[in-house]
Ligand binder design. Sequence first.
Ligand SMILES: NC(=O)C1=CN([C@@H]2O[C@H](COP(=O)(O)OP(=O)(O)OC[C@H]3O[C@@H](n4cnc5c(N)ncnc54)[C@H](OP(=O)(O)O)[C@@H]3O)[C@@H](O)[C@H]2O)C=CC1
Ligand SMILES: C[C@H](CCC(=O)NCCS(=O)(=O)O)[C@H]1CC[C@H]2[C@@H]3C(=O)C[C@@H]4C[C@H](O)CC[C@]4(C)[C@H]3CC[C@]12C
Length: 312
Amino acid sequence: MCMPSSHPRRLRAKDTTDTMGLLLKLIVASLGIFLALYFYTGQDDFNPEMLRGKRVIVTGASSGIGEQMAYHLARMGAHVFITARTEEKLKKVVSKCLELGAATAHYIPGSMDDMAFAERVVKEAVKSMGGLDFLILNHIGYTYFNYFDGNVDHIRKLLEINLLSYVTMTVTALPMLKESGGSIIVVSSVAGKYGSPFSVPYSTTKFALDGFFSSLRQEFHFQKTNVSITLCVLSYIDTDSAKNAVASVINAPAAPKEECALALIKGGALRQREVYYQYQAAKIPLLLRDWAPDFLDYIVRKNYNVEKIDKQ
Ligand SMILES: NC(=O)C1=CN([C@@H]2O[C@H](COP(=O)(O)OP(=O)(O)OC[C@H]3O[C@@H](n4cnc5c(N)ncnc54)[C@H](OP(=O)(O)O)[C@@H]3O)[C@@H](O)[C@H]2O)C=CC1
Ligand SMILES: C[C@H](CCC(=O)NCCS(=O)(=O)O)[C@H]1CC[C@H]2[C@@H]3C(=O)C[C@@H]4C[C@H](O)CC[C@]4(C)[C@H]3CC[C@]12C
């Protein structure tokens, strides 16, 4: 009887390990290709004509990404209705929108810590434009970029501006959006998808937006409500307020606000459930969140010059 020697058996075990390794690499590569195709497809079907004559509200449009969205919409021939607190800035944005080709452009100044104002914005916009196709929720209240200071009242106030005014505007706008088969675009952040140091109150409000709008989207399916909800997950964008707040602390480049604004409008017009901008900075790290959360936390922390915060 011939007993197989231990050597060939070891070789067979090594062959099996090599094959498994190769298979694993193939699976990971195919998954990568599949995800890349899945998340990139759709954007190409966009045509700026989709926005011509559409009636759009943009909040937080006196500066930054909101202002840039207003300009893109104006170039596309939309009716633009903008809001924020600073009237002087809003006036300038409205006149530039008209120069760029907006069908109409109007503004209403006020603060989103007042829910009666949030409701009024929608009602005035509908009166002025004769209906509503897109509700773009983009504004945020002032917050600090530093260690959590224990101030519960700040979190409560920020929740009113960053979350409850979004909810109020959605509730008020829903009948008109149902009528037009319209869309809600909600501007959020990677800080609303994973834990972010020095942004505790801000991150709290952005996670809450995901809870509200992702759950509402589920109910829309059951109710056959033809209103799309696009949640926009942004990485660091080069707006003045973001750069002022974090430039010395974050070791990552900021993406251009003009391109970002266009990506959000495209995603909304195509009725995508989520937009990630910039894709590699916002989406790729998230692939780790459920499978390697400690590793993701470590990568996130690596982006911070924490000594700059400690010295402040
Ligand atoms: N820039 C970035 O790196 C990132 C931004 N985002 C998100 O993008 C969106 C826009 O950010 P960004 O353009 O950088 O911000 P900006 O600071 O440039 O713009 C914020 C807007 O909100 C308005 N606003 C502030 N406070 C209030 C208030 N109490 N009531 C009503 N409006 C208010 C501001 O105008 P006014 O002061 O005149 O009221 C301004 O128009 C936000 O939702 C933010 O979370 C997400 C990830 C990254
Ligand atoms: C702290 C920012 C809030 C904006 C603000 O109130 N600025 C006023 C400063 S000023 O008065 O001097 O002008 C945050 C707004 C957007 C945040 C960034 C974001 O959402 C993306 C990244 C998320 C990550 O988790 C943390 C870093 C971010 C770049 C984050 C930083 C804080 C904001 C700029």
